[in-house]
Design a protein around this ligand. Structure first.
Ligand SMILES: *[C@@H]1O[C@H](CO)[C@@H](O)[C@H](O)[C@H]1NC(C)=O
Ligand SMILES: *[C@@H]1O[C@H](CO)[C@@H](O)[C@H](O)[C@H]1NC(C)=O
Ligand SMILES: *[C@@H]1O[C@H](CO)[C@@H](O)[C@H](O)[C@H]1NC(C)=O
Ligand SMILES: *[C@@H]1O[C@H](CO)[C@@H](O)[C@H](O)[C@H]1NC(C)=O
Ligand SMILES: *[C@@H]1O[C@H](CO)[C@@H](O)[C@H](O)[C@H]1NC(C)=O
Ligand SMILES: *[C@@H]1O[C@H](CO)[C@@H](O)[C@H](O)[C@H]1NC(C)=O
Ligand SMILES: *[C@@H]1O[C@H](CO)[C@@H](O)[C@H](O)[C@H]1NC(C)=O
Ligand SMILES: *[C@@H]1O[C@H](CO)[C@@H](O)[C@H](O)[C@H]1NC(C)=O
Ligand SMILES: *[C@@H]1O[C@H](CO)[C@@H](O)[C@H](O)[C@H]1NC(C)=O
Length: 458
């Protein structure tokens, strides 16, 4: 009986925010009163929920002097941000990063964030006649401003950033945006679109800097009208107008002991939307993925841009983890941002003199870079395909498909790189032959071309 009425409550929580105010009354000893302030260096830096699970306030950004106005899991180590205020004046919505002299005030009508010069950086907006009586950080992770009658004037749950929490929903027209660790790049978005002929929940790849879309790479659609994407107790579901639901993720055993784990669903900087759990009794255990979409992100292809991994790198999936790898003798453009692409660590083959004997092709089985080809031969023998690239100073790599005898020449930058058993091709990447110095004999390169090793032999 008790558990079924609990489930009923959870169900209504998605979208029916009204009930939250009742919860709020139960927590009224934690009301935040009008005129209360927060600032990054204190005296008050944040407001905690009654259980201490969540905090709202200023959080220092890693490797940065600045702070986010955010909501985070306060008992995990490191603390995990679930919401942050966005910079409304940025051309693309980005997290607001404030300096130590910023201040947040709860006025009679809104929350107002100002900088050291007293100019407004962010506020909760709305009609100033719509009076607020107090605010509260609730135990479910929702930060709310309440009217004197207890109804909600503003709540963070209505403005999700990259994360949904249990009980929270994504409404039509709203979106989640991925964020990198520096809160700068937003490469992916999750949208719930509702049209007269149906609805779809889709993940989009976003261009920088214009913020337009390359297109979607995962989608669930229905001919019905969807009212929300709801994070129920243990799974994410698309709720339809006729009250039936479409499962987006399936429940896992970990989430059945709801009171023992923290949960969140976050759109990651690698484009994957994951449902995570974290044990409440071990702060350092870390977040574990229990469900995710899409299942095969490395397999999609976009005409423009580099797709999931930067140019010249390739995408590899190991269960729910996505890795971007560089080919041999290539390295990351930025070691702190492995999604940012790779550059070659050697001088390209000269087109002025014949250097074809100084280069070789290294085989990378089940690796492909679709779309960046500038020439195509079929049928072709494998050795002829390789030779065609070695003798062409513009060729960066060739892709060979043994079953069909297809040979594709690739130029820089290569895009849509992927690796996996689904790739029935071998990439041959052009790299310089090992140089003739003896010091390198012992290295992992393994062998040396004799004619270079002993140049004075004849
Ligand atoms: C908190 O707010 C509620 C709703 O407005 C109110 O009933 C209650 O008296 C407040 N509690 C305190 C301690 O201020
Ligand atoms: C907001 O974005 C604008 C434009 O991109 C930028 O100049 C400004 O520094 C940002 N403000 C904050 C506080 O992050
Ligand atoms: C709140 O923000 C809005 C939009 O950024 C702005 O138009 C308005 O003037 C701000 N309100 C106050 C009181 O600063
Ligand atoms: C609805 O119509 C639009 C435009 O005609 C189409 O692109 C979309 O796929 C349709 N959606 C569904 C769910 O049928
Ligand atoms: C609701 O609509 C969906 C999709 O149109 C359909 O599959 C489902 O059977 C409907 N459920 C009910 C209860 O009518
Ligand atoms: C959705 O998940 C629920 C809960 O586990 C399960 O009972 C139901 O069969 C699932 N529906 C589909 C269509 O997979
Ligand atoms: C907490 O998790 C960490 C990392 O998995 C582990 O090393 C540690 O032993 C755990 N502590 C307890 C008390 O279980
Ligand atoms: C490649 O294709 C040839 C001819 O079709 C075949 O004999 C050979 O076994 C294939 N090699 C591999 C590795 O599949
Ligand atoms: C993959 O290649 C093998 C041998 O080269 C061939 O037999 C098989 O049909 C190919 N599979 C696909 C899906 O192209």
């Amino acid at each position: 009986m008790a558990s079924s009425s609990f489930l009923f409550l959870i169900h209504l929580f998605c979208g029916m925010f009204m009930l939250r105010s009742r919860l709020m009354e139960a927590q009224s000893n934690h009301n935040i009163s009008l005129g209360s302030t927060l600032s990054p260096l204190g005296p008050q830096k944040s407001w905690q929920s009654p259980s201490g699970d969540f905090s709202f306030g200023f959080l220092r950004i890693r490797d940065d002097e600045r702070f986010l106005l955010a909501i985070w899991f306060d008992k995990t180590d490191p603390k995990t941000v679930v919401w942050s205020a966005t910079n409304l004046s940025a051309t693309r919505e980005m997290a607001l990063k404030v300096t130590a002299d910023a201040q947040l005030v709860l006025t009679h009508a809104q929350l107002v964030l100002t900088d050291g010069q007293n100019s407004v950086l962010w506020n909760t907006t709305g009609d100033s006649d719509d009076v607020v009586s107090h605010a509260a950080m609730l135990d479910d992770g929702n930060f709310v401003l309440a009217r004197p009658d207890g109804s909600l004037r503003w709540q963070s749950f209505e403005y999700p950033t990259d994360t949904l929490l249990p009980g929270q929903s994504l409404l039509p027209g709203n979106k989640l945006q991925s964020m990198d660790t520096g809160y700068l790049h937003r490469r992916f978005e999750l949208h719930l679109r509702v049209e007269a002929n149906g609805s779809d929940l889709s993940l989009y790849a976003i261009t920088t800097p214009s913020g337009s879309s390359y297109g979607f790479y995962w989608s669930v659609s229905t001919s019905n009208i969807a009212t929300q994407l709801c994070f129920q107790q243990s799974r994410l579901v698309l709720v339809l107008m006729n009250e039936s639901v479409i499962n987006i993720t399936s429940p896992s055993p970990e989430t059945e002991t709801d009171d023992k784990v923290y949960q969140r669903a976050t759109l990651g900087d690698d484009g994957v939307f994951r449902h995570y759990v974290h044990p409440k009794n071990n702060a350092t255990m870390g977040w574990k993925t229990v469900a995710y979409v899409p299942k095969e992100i490395c397999q999609s292809v976009f005409t423009y841009g580099s797709w999931i991994c930067g140019f010249n790198s390739y995408c590899k999936r190991d269960n729910e983890n996505i890795e971007c790898k560089c080919p041999p003798q290539y390295s990351y453009l930025d070691h702190n941002r492995k999604f940012g692409g790779c550059k070659q660590d050697f001088s390209s083959q000269s087109c002025d003199v014949d250097e074809s004997s100084m280069f070789e092709l290294q085989a990378m089985v089940n690796v492909d870079w679709p779309l960046s080809d500038y020439d195509h031969f079929q049928p072709m023998k494998e050795e002829d395909c390789k030779e065609a690239c070695l003798t062409d100073c513009l060729c960066a790599a060739v892709i060979f498909e043994n079953s069909t005898g297809d040979c594709w020449k690739k130029r820089h930058p290569m895009s849509n790189g992927r690796s996996g058993s689904f790739v029935n091709r071998t990439a041959y990447i052009k790299i310089p032959k090992p140089k003739g110095d003896l010091a390198r004999v012992a290295t992992s390169w393994g062998y040396i071309m004799p004619q270079i090793l002993i140049p004075n032999a004849n």
